[in-house]
Design a binder for this molecule. Structure first.
Ligand SMILES: C[S@@+](CC[C@H](N)C(=O)[O-])C[C@H]1O[C@@H](n2cnc3c(N)ncnc32)[C@H](O)[C@@H]1O
Length: 219
């Protein structure tokens, strides 16, 4: 098995196993929830003067918590969550059914590198805490650019490893626990966005402990 396939299948195994207890993980409080809130803040700011419905894809959606939070706001989003782990998608669909949100939110099992959607079919793509699992990160950013309409946004959050706290957290501890992962430095992420054709690329650091980097680009 090549390195890329090892990385992909290890992620799928890890999250297929974790799906049942994922929502009870302590990481939810420290890493995942701050990411959902940052996405919501960005979306509210961007869409506040535009009442038209918009299509959002959440890549690496996990158990669909962000999709559920977004569907519960006043933002008129039609939401698709995509994840490589069928078990995570199953938990996500179950949660959406439980709260009667299945009409506004659906989940698809697929690989981030091959998004099963037409060119220009989404207004915004979010991707939180999943990018470090992708063997070909540039390909994913290029693929996201393909499915965004002109003027659409890509909002990416992943571990910030460009200071000492982030380096110890992600390159030492998380890398030892998860093995086949790669937290890209800001310079690489910036390069991926620009190579894919995004403009107005900006970044924001979140959190002191478990630092995160939010990168936003316009298609
Ligand atoms: C740490 S979880 C983050 C989930 C969610 N975004 C959140 O913030 O709670 C990472 C997710 O990325 C998914 N993932 C890993 N590799 C993937 C790939 N190649 N394509 C799509 N999803 C992938 C995993 O299955 C997992 O659900």
């Amino acid at each position: 098995m090549g390195k890329a396939e090892t990385m992909r299948s290890q992620a799928r195994r890890e999250f297929d196993t974790w799906a049942g207890s994922y929502d009870r993980s302590l990481l939810n409080r420290f890493m995942f929830r701050p990411s959902y809130l940052a996405f919501l803040e960005e979306l509210h700011r961007w869409r506040k003067d535009t009442p038209e419905p918009f299509h959002l894809l959440d890549v690496g959606c996990g158990t669909g918590t962000f999709a559920g939070m977004l569907a519960a706001t006043s933002l008129p989003a039609e939401i698709v969550g995509l994840d490589y782990s069928a078990a995570m998608c199953q938990v996500a669909s179950g949660k959406a059914h439980q709260v009667g949100m299945q009409k506004r939110v659906r989940f698809v099992t697929a690989d981030s590198e091959h998004l099963p959607f037409a060119d220009g079919s989404f207004d915004v793509v979010t991707c939180g805490n999943s990018f470090h699992h992708y063997p070909h990160q540039q390909n994913v950013v290029t693929e996201v650019r393909r499915i965004l309409r002109p003027g659409g946004r890509f909002m990416l959050i992943d571990g910030f490893r460009d200071n000492i706290v982030g380096w110890v957290t992600y390159d030492v501890i998380i890398a030892a626990v998860e093995k086949h992962v790669h937290h890209a430095p800001w310079s690489a992420v910036d390069g991926y966005f620009k190579t894919a054709g995004f403009c107005e690329v900006r970044r924001r650091k979140l959190n002191y402990w478990f630092p995160l980097l939010l990168t936003v680009g316009t298609a």
